[in-house]
Design a protein around this ligand. Structure first.
Ligand SMILES: Cc1cc2nc3c(=O)[nH]c(=O)nc-3n(C[C@H](O)[C@H](O)[C@H](O)COP(=O)(O)OP(=O)(O)OC[C@H]3O[C@@H](n4cnc5c(N)ncnc54)[C@H](O)[C@@H]3O)c2cc1C
Length: 764
């Protein structure tokens, strides 16, 4: 007997038997979610020893000339057309000219390949476009976003038959069809796979001919673009009781295209998501017949809908909402920095108060971090990766952090942020925050189950291989595969234990770091935390096995650590890719120190709450012998970060680059944002004059002219700047009659239907 077969038969085999009960088992939907997409930098983090040279060698995301021209041309032009206040509060929709522009300039066809008449843009270009739109009108951004993310277009590109692609993609590219995607139903939200919407295989009449098809009954809600969609991508459970297409009764989740003009389809009613007016609403169908050809991918793809959805989401989740959120964070930093500079209380700009600086610093650092992570993730997508765990991290972290930024912006603006009207540039974003948090996987469930739960299996170097081996119906083959994976895992764990222990006890002093100038020390800490993470994950899986899945609080903390590691890597890479700008170092330091404090606190919480106490004690000794020690960014760093967004400096430019900057010249009308930009520029310009007055201890302009501290010309400049500030800090007020409703939404006789009414309408 060879050495290797002795190991397999006498040592691995008993472990194999025990592991079959201990390791988490996967449901079909979980397996399909885990198999969707691939792994990328997350795998390096899970392995516990990230290769920093590899990270820095990833090519940064870049726009082609054509993409740049589109961003600077049609996207700018489109933004300038939009009056977000009137869209939201008067028209309750985009105006017809905006709809036409979106369709004819192919905003709905960013991901459709050129051969079908689309723009065929990269993930990064798609992201930049959504980012710019989001910085001006959430309604426009969401409207443009949906046809380019999970929905008929993407599903057809990935899984459609040639005939379906040839028919539908050019129509979608030309804007002749408006798509939407219906997955969520009243009963099935986060647990979307539990839907009761059904399709039954049967024969029926379509366009005058008897064909094999599906009779559908469904009730969906919350469907974006649903009320005006001409084609609905529908997820339902397919049944084949007469075995017309195979021998299974219950075929499973299937995706099909349903033209919304078909008899039995009810569509058109609208929801008002947080009083936003992008098209969103319920729809339902009663005995709607579609031919089998309408199943996305044809009859070969029946029952594979969940896998298709997960696969599409693996990439898409990393683009739309992270771009919207990164835009929200940059926008919040931009306007709040400017406002804190122009708004004075107690005779000083509020930006001078330390308590305000604390918020400004967080705003600046969050804008830096989210945009770094957005760019790095888009670069990975453009290189052909579909990293499902990374995109889930991006979706939940970006939307959550945008909420913090928007709240900071509101708090610093005080009443100016709260009073609604055309002069308010924050209210719409504030109302929009929970939308991003809820859609594409509500954040609580994403944090607790997906970021780490799927990551632990998907991105771990050995676990998925072990689980697949354990579930292999061919036991001999399974044992062989398990033997290989298990002993690889053991070697990996021993190496990791030594690494984690050594790095924890030396404070990461000798941990690996690339030659990265002033940022090298942060890489050492990340190396330290990555090895601690990998070891803690292994010990948790070993001691809790499948039970870890139910320990959502523990999993969520692991998810936070993984997210912090990923986002920190992105911030360091951004600094490197942008030529290691000294002025940006405080932002990097803020991001790193905040991240290390969170990582250390989460490790401490995991150890304090870990249910198997001996493992907790072991973890304490191995990875955190001295407890959490990092306290977050220092006051000095916060002051420096705050200064970046209250000064007109290159670092501020880098933070806000390519946002839509409103101006009267661009849009032909005065709005809150253009007034703020103007007042900020004026305030910065007259600062040297004000400094002279300050040094001469004179506040009154006339007095300053009289005593020749400033010239008469400078006095005019000061008055002009003061007028600009007065205009920018103004808020709206309305005559009572302006607020008596002429709107369809607020009239007393408007009828609102409930889910129950919709359900009974669907059943009638
Ligand atoms: C404005 C808007 C637009 C949308 N657009 C579309 C669309 O175009 N197409 C479409 O199909 N759907 C769409 N949705 C639906 C969206 O994806 C769902 O709202 C989302 O999946 C959550 O479902 P739910 O709202 O029913 O919340 P629920 O599933 O009821 O969840 C409630 C809470 O419980 C938490 N939770 C659930 N399960 C767990 C768990 N196991 N562990 C911990 N926490 C858990 C959730 O995180 C959430 O916080 C949209 C929703 C909104 C609000």
């Amino acid at each position: 007997m060879s050495k290797s077969s002795f190991r397999r038969d006498w040592i691995t085999k008993p472990i194999f038997r025990v592991a079959q009960h201990a390791l988490p088992t996967l449901s079909d939907t979980e397996r399909e979610a885990i198999e969707a997409g691939d792994v990328w930098w997350d795998a390096d983090l899970f392995a516990g020893n990230p290769d920093w040279d590899k990270l820095l060698a990833f090519a940064p995301a870049r726009l082609s000339d054509e993409e740049k021209a589109f961003l600077d041309g049609p996207v700018e032009e489109f933004c300038a057309m939009l009056d977000d206040w009137r869209i939201n509060w008067e028209w309750h929709d985009l105006p017809p000219a905006a709809w036409d522009y979106l369709k004819t300039r192919k905003f709905f066809a960013m991901i459709i390949p050129k051969e079908y008449g689309g723009l065929g843009f990269s993930a990064y270009a798609h992201s930049e476009i959504i980012r710019k739109l989001s910085s001006h009108s959430l309604c426009a951004a969401v409207t443009a976003m949906v046809p380019n993310s999970l929905g008929p277009g993407e599903l057809l590109i990935k899984f459609g038959t040639k005939a379906q692609q040839d028919y539908w993609l050019p129509r979608l590219a030309r804007g002749e069809e408006i798509p939407c995607f219906g997955l969520t139903s009243p009963e099935a939200g986060s647990d979307a796979a539990s839907m009761i919407d059904s399709g039954v295989v049967c024969r029926g009449t379509h366009e005058g001919r008897e064909v094999l098809g599906i009779r559908l009954n469904w009730h969906k809600r919350y469907i974006t673009l649903g009320p005006i969609a001409t084609v609905l991508g529908l997820a339902f459970k397919l049944h084949d009781p007469d075995h017309l297409i195979g021998d299974r009764d219950n075929i499973g989740i299937t995706l099909a295209l349903v033209p919304t003009h078909l008899p039995g389809v009810s569509i058109g009613r609208r929801h008002l998501p947080a009083l936003h007016v992008f098209q969103n609403g319920p729809n339902w169908g009663k005995d709607v017949f579609i031919p089998m050809d309408n199943v996305i991918g044809g009859v070969d793809q029946v029952g594979k809908g969940w896998k298709m959805l997960m696969s599409a989401l693996a990439a898409g989740r990393g683009i739309s909402l992270p771009s919207l959120s990164a835009a929200g964070a940059s926008f919040a930093a931009n306007v709040t920095g400017a406002y804190a500079r122009i708004r004075e209380q107690f005779h000083v700009p509020i930006a001078k108060f330390e308590a305000i600086q604390e918020r400004l610093a967080r705003l600046a650092a969050t804008a830096y971090l989210l945009d770094a992570a957005r760019r790095m993730t888009c670069a990975a997508l453009d290189e052909g990766h579909h990293p499902a765990v990374v995109t889930a991290i991006m979706k939940s972290q970006a939307t959550d952090r945008m909420r913090v930024s928007v709240n900071d912006a509101m708090d610093v603006h005080g009443g100016k942020g709260i009073i609604e009207g055309p002069l308010n540039y924050l209210g719409s974003l504030y109302r929009g925050v929970p939308i991003g948090i809820t859609v594409e996987g509500a954040n609580i469930v994403t944090r607790a189950l997906i970021q780490f739960g799927q990551g632990a299996i998907r991105s771990h170097p050995y676990l998925l291989k072990e689980m697949m081996a354990l579930q292999d119906p061919d036991r001999a083959r399974g044992l062989d595969a398990f033997d290989q994976a298990f002993w690889g895992h053991v070697g990996h764990s021993i190496a990791n234990t030594c690494r984690a222990f050594g790095r924890a006890w030396t404070g990461g002093l000798f941990a690996p770091a690339p030659k990265a100038g002033a940022s090298a020390r942060y890489y050492r800490q990340l190396s330290r935390h990555a090895s601690a993470f990998a070891l803690a994950v292994d010990l948790s899986l070993l001691s809790l096995g499948g039970g870890l899945k139910r320990r959502e609080m523990i999993s969520a903390r692991f998810g936070d650590i993984l997210s912090e590691l990923y986002l920190s890597c992105a911030a360091l890479k951004r600094w490197n890719d942008e030529g290691r700008q000294d002025d940006d170092l405080p932002l990097v330091e803020y991001c790193m120190e905040a991240s290390f404090a969170t990582i250390e606190t989460r490790f401490d919480e995991i150890i304090a709450n870990f249910p198997v106490r001996p493992v907790a004690w072991l973890l304490r000794v191995l990875i955190q012998p001295f407890g959490p020690r990092r306290r977050g960014p220092s006051d000095r760093v916060m002051e420096q970060c705050a200064a970046i967004i209250v000064d007109a400096c290159p670092a501020r430019e880098r933070l806000t680059v390519d946002l839509f900057k409103s101006s009267v010249a661009k849009s032909g009308r005065v709005d809150g944002l253009s007034l703020l930009e103007h007042a900020f520029a004026q305030t910065v310009a007259v600062q040297p004059i004000r400094d002279r007055m300050h040094d001469a201890r004179v506040r009154d302009i006339e007095q300053a002219v009289k005593q020749r501290t400033i010239t008469a010309e400078e006095a005019v400049k000061l008055k002009t700047a003061a007028d600009a500030v007065a205009a920018a800090i103004a808020v709206d007020d309305f005559a009572p009659e302006d607020l008596t409703s002429r709107s369809a939404f607020t009239q007393g006789d408007v009828s609102s239907q409930t889910t129950a009414q919709n359900r009974s309408a669907a059943a009638e």
